[in-house]
Design a protein around this ligand. Structure first.
Ligand SMILES: C[C@@]1(CC(=O)O)C2=NC(=C\c3[nH]c(c(CCC(=O)O)c3CC(=O)O)Cc3[nH]c(c(CC(=O)O)c3CCC(=O)O)/C=C3\N/C(=C\2)[C@@H](CCC(=O)O)[C@]3(C)CC(=O)O)/[C@H]1CCC(=O)O
Ligand SMILES: NC(=O)c1ccc[n+]([C@@H]2O[C@H](COP(=O)([O-])OP(=O)(O)OC[C@H]3O[C@@H](n4cnc5c(N)ncnc54)[C@H](O)[C@@H]3O)[C@@H](O)[C@H]2O)c1
Length: 197
């Protein structure tokens, strides 16, 4: 039987959650880059033996705390989420096990079997956000799909969101009447125009 993608996507308010990243090399930097690209106010601390210069700059820009040193279990205290991206596979596994004991959500970069969740490809246009995952099977596909959707989703999609939000406030009636009106005025968006040939 064909394997199913059973992931359930959620959209986290990471400005209200405490995130720990372990490792500040190339992969740690990439994770941090995408995290802040999507969520500039994410609450993040990074612990690593050393950091890349660009990671120091990125952390400064977003007010992330950088802690130079070896990973210790105590760093997991008061965290909701941990992302491990060191070059020490044994240590990454240890971080995962420590996180499990504390019921934290863990992502061990590039190691699908040690992930409670995957970081996805992210398309962002104003209030509209689309997350893409290939179930951990092909990050390259996730990246290409992200680029594709960035191209085809119109820049002004946010205007539609804002306008419909305003319009909804102006409609009178109960919840059901509002749902009906909102669906009726947006119906044409999903039907292709008939060709006049
Ligand atoms: C989406 C994105 C977000 C992000 O990183 O934040 C992301 N990887 C991205 C890019 C990317 N990563 C890698 C390449 C090189 C191509 C290649 O090697 O295949 C490229 C492409 C490139 O850079 O061109 C290396 C790699 N990554 C993983 C493995 C292990 C494996 O696949 O088994 C290996 C091989 C390591 C090795 O061989 O040693 C695993 C994971 N990477 C994931 C996410 C999760 C699954 C997402 C999903 O479900 O699709 C998962 C499972 C765990 C995680 O890390 O969360 C980001 C695109 C952002 C964007 O551009 O929008
Ligand atoms: N660089 C890539 O493009 C790439 C691609 C695919 C897979 N990977 C794999 O991902 C992993 C990370 O790669 P990288 O390029 O980011 O490595 P890196 O060498 O650039 O960075 C490793 C980071 O881990 C930190 N670290 C190591 N031991 C630590 C400890 N005990 N406590 C705290 N921090 C510690 C280092 O200080 C450093 O910040 C490796 O296993 C690598 O094989 C890397």
């Amino acid at each position: 039987m064909e394997e199913r993608n059973e992931l359930y996507p959620i959209f986290l308010k990471v400005n209200q959650l405490n995130i720990l990243v372990v490792g500040g090399g190339n992969v740690g930097h990439e994770k941090l880059h995408f995290l802040f690209k999507s969520s500039p106010n994410a609450k993040v601390e990074v612990v690593a033996k050393w950091f890349l210069k660009e990671t120091e700059e990125l952390a400064k820009l977003h007010g992330a705390k950088l802690t130079k040193g070896r990973y210790k279990r105590k760093y997991l205290k008061k965290r909701h989420v941990v992302i491990a991206a060191t070059n020490d596979a044994k240590l990454n596994k240890r971080v995962y096990k420590d996180a499990k004991k504390r019921f934290l959500l863990a992502n061990i970069a590039d190691t699908p079997e040690l992930c409670d969740f995957y970081m996805g490809g992210i398309v962002n246009k104003g209030h509209v956000k689309i997350a893409i995952s290939t179930n951990g099977k092909s990050p390259t596909t996730a990246k290409r799909l992200r680029q594709f959707f960035e191209e085809v989703i119109p820049e002004n999609v946010n205007e539609m969101v804002e306008n419909l939000n305003e319009y909804r406030k102006s409609i009178k009636g109960d919840f059901e009447a509002k749902v009906e009106q909102m669906n009726s005025i947006t119906e044409s968006l999903i039907y292709k125009k008939e060709k006049n040939d």
